[in-house]
Design a protein around this ligand. Structure first.
Ligand code: SAM
Length: 123
């Protein structure tokens, strides 16, 4: 009952996703997303964030690849993708292409077109 209510309020499909969301403010202080991805991602690259949720890392990736680059943000949870799309629109991130899809079905990404794949907390 409580689990169902929490999942509904957070628009999440697993408790793990809710816990991740609650921990983001702490994680942001001790392990800023840009510091984590910084060594791997460069301006102009095409990257994929599999299991992006609402975009904690996808936004940082979008900042790193810049307007010449592109981020494929993929999550099987449609609500998360909708929230990410809203965030991207509000923040003016035109370099994020969000897809509600399983990470096992990436037919919308052209073969050998991605420079870096980020997958954190994916099942
Ligand atoms: C624990 S959250 C992690 C979110 C984010 N990557 C992070 O590290 O903060 C896991 C996310 O992966 C998504 N997910 C899990 N398995 C997936 C799959 N096979 N394909 C696409 N998304 C998946 C869930 O919907 C959830 O949003």
């Amino acid at each position: 009952m409580i689990r169902k209510l929490v999942l509904k309020l957070w628009e999440a499909d697993t408790v793990v996703s809710v816990v991740f969301t609650l921990l983001y403010p702490i994680v942001r202080v001790f392990a800023p997303p840009k510091k984590l991805i910084g060594p791997y991602v460069k301006n102009g690259q095409v990257v994929a964030d599999l299991g992006c949720a609402t975009g904690y890392y996808a936004i940082a990736l979008a900042d790193s690849v810049g307007t010449e680059g592109k981020v494929y943000a993929v999550d099987k949870n449609k609500k998360s993708i909708r929230l990410l799309e809203k965030k991207a629109e509000k923040g003016g991130y035109r370099n994020i292409e969000a897809h509600a899809s399983s990470a096992a079905d990436l037919g919308f990404i052209e073969d050998q077109s991605v420079d870096f794949v980020f997958a954190s907390g994916l099942l």
